[in-house]
Design a binder for this molecule. Structure first.
Ligand SMILES: [Zn+2]
Ligand SMILES: [Zn+2]
Length: 81
């Protein structure tokens, strides 16, 4: 899994730390953005290098592509006969 800042391509190091509003310090990529102190899920993550915020999932660059056809058919409402 490649993890990098969508804005500047910085790759987070294992020693990088993010701080929650509850003052917990942890590596947010160890927990997919969930604070181990209070359980808050951070949907946006600030970059330690450029300081800009990006949606957490945009940091992951090896996610499999979403199958749009499958997603659409799954939400299709069955027609009444
Ligand atoms: Zn950055
Ligand atoms: Zn917290």
């Amino acid at each position: 899994m490649k993890i990098a800042c969508p804005k500047c391509a910085y790759e987070p190091r294992p020693h990088d730390r993010w701080q929650c509003e509850c003052m917990t310090l942890w590596n947010t990529f160890d927990t997919q953005g969930r604070c181990p102190g209070c359980g808050k899920v951070w949907r946006h993550t600030a970059c330690p290098r450029c300081g800009r915020w990006s949606p957490h999932h945009e940091w992951y660059h090896d996610l499999p592509p979403i199958d749009l056809e499958e997603a659409e058919s799954a939400t299709e409402i069955p027609a009444k006969g």
